[in-house]
Write a protein of this length. Structure first.
Length: 154
């Protein structure tokens, strides 16, 4: 890892830590909704047609989730989620260990439920997800679960 890439990785972690500190004491649901509204409010490429919530192991049984926007969508091929063209400034947030108890299944359900609640909310940016071709949730190295599908591929 070069000195520049180490510096950039450290800046990203500091940005996420600073965001966490701003919302200290708030529920995860509140933090998730706030992060998602902020993220979806950022300028995205016009050809962003779908979104994926990618879960990953943050550290020592703690999980994180990141949001990406893509310019491809295929209900039959989950690799569409790899065609990233958008990442928000605060790319990811950590899930509290007490919500997942270190189990990947709990982390997946937590995010699926939070995304579904957001999709059903009157949050100002929920429309962006609701009108996209599709919204998926899954681990970066696992299966992708579609939680919203608006159009079938041609």
């Amino acid at each position: 890892m070069t000195a520049i890439s180490k510096y950039l990785a450290l800046r990203k972690i500091r940005r996420i830590d600073a965001y966490d500190a701003q919302l200290n004491g708030k529920s995860f649901e509140h933090k998730f909704r706030k992060w998602l509204n902020k993220s979806l409010g950022e300028k995205r490429p016009e050809n962003t047609i779908a979104f994926s919530f990618n879960l990953f192991i943050w550290a020592d049984q703690q999980y994180g989730v990141e949001l990406v926007g893509t310019n491809k969508f295929d209900v039959d091929d989950s690799d569409w989620a790899c065609e990233e063209i958008f990442r928000p400034k605060i790319e990811s947030i950590r899930m509290p260990l007490e919500h997942t108890e270190g189990h990947w299944e709990s982390a997946l359900e937590l995010i699926k439920n939070n995304v579904q609640n957001y999709l059903n909310s009157d949050d100002p940016n929920a429309k962006i997800l609701n009108t996209s071709a599709g919204v998926g949730v899954g681990f970066v190295d696992g299966d992708l679960h579609l939680v919203k599908l608006n159009k079938l591929p041609d």
